[in-house]
Design a protein around this ligand. Structure first.
Ligand code: GLN
Length: 293
């Protein structure tokens, strides 16, 4: 069959399967099999596709028809204009998280930030840690509870030449770091989806394929964030910062949680929430008070 015929037929198949961007996905899958860019596919539309490559494309197409995410089929996801290796052990990096990084990077260029530790908490594929290490040329500690996710993060650190800057640590949130650990900044995209959201609105791509460990924030979506808040109270240095991606319904609850006074001396200030490009509350920031225990 010709490239243009395959694209036409497979676009229709994907559309029937309910895929959001059927033409784009068909092109990316075929381009991946043939080693061609989308422009090259257009330029060579009348080329015949060899049988072996067509068979390979068919398997990929079947997987996408089952609503397996494109990134898992291709094995990569573009994020911050870099290609990140992804497997079903890690969440696929999303554009919202790029906005989180923009905020952190702007903060580091505007403020005099000392030598305190910079932590990517719940690092998954390592997308946050890699971008921070590359852009800031600082050391980053990347923590995840999943060993399999850390293997993916390791691959991404190597791929992007930042292995010397990123230390990978398998741990349950910050529990492996001692109370006096000089943490100046925590950046995190923790699991924050509530059980109700998991059960109701999620796309099959997310629900059936992405790791629930990286999504499931417990009953109200806030279980891990509450534990993070508690751990930060005894670990973040005075004037240290937290930048975190949150669920769109969680802004108020988080502002309450982070302004609640645990003891007169332990609390956060400068609590703010920024919207993502879709206009949803998404990026949370809090600063540790200067007077801590
Ligand atoms: N943004 C993701 C989603 O809605 C959730 C990411 C997360 O829980 N950290 O699918």
């Amino acid at each position: 069959m010709l490239i243009c015929e395959i694209l036409q037929q497979s676009t229709a198949v994907l559309a029937t399967a309910g895929v959001d961007t059927p033409a784009l996905d068909a092109e990316l899958l075929l381009g991946h099999c043939l080693g061609m860019s989308r422009t090259e596919l257009t330029l060579n539309a009348k080329d015949v596709v060899p049988d072996t490559l067509f068979l390979q494309f068919q398997t990929f197409l079947n997987r996408r028809t089952e609503r397996e995410p494109l990134a898992y089929i291709l094995g990569v996801q573009e994020f911050w204009s870099l290609d990140f290796v992804v497997t079903p052990d890690v969440l696929i990096p999303r554009p919202e998280t790029e906005q989180l990084l923009e905020k952190v990077i702007a903060f580091y260029s505007d403020e005099q930030v000392g030598d305190g530790l910079l932590v990517d908490l719940c690092c998954g594929s390592g997308a946050i840690a890699v971008v921070l290490a590359k852009e800031l040329q600082r050391k980053v500690i990347a923590i995840d509870i999943s060993f399999e996710a850390l293997l993916v993060a390791k691959t991404n650190c190597e791929k992007h030449g930042v292995s010397h800057l990123v230390s990978l640590l398998q741990a349950n949130l910050l529990s492996a770091l001692p109370f006096i650990s000089n943490i100046a900044c925590v950046v995190s995209n923790p699991p924050y989806v509530s059980r109700q959201e998991m059960a109701s609105y999620m796309q099959p791509e997310v629900l059936n394929y992405e790791p629930h460990l990286a999504l499931d924030g417990g009953q109200n979506g806030l279980e891990l964030i509450e534990r993070i808040q508690k751990q930060l109270l005894s670990r973040l240095i005075p004037n240290g910062h937290l930048f975190m991606e949150i669920g769109t319904e969680q802004a108020q609850a988080l502002c309450n949680l982070f302004t609640r006074k645990e003891t007169p001396k332990q609390s956060f200030s400068d609590v703010s929430v920024q919207k993502d490009y879709a206009g949803h509350d998404r990026i949370f920031h809090a600063k540790m008070n200067s007077q801590t225990l």
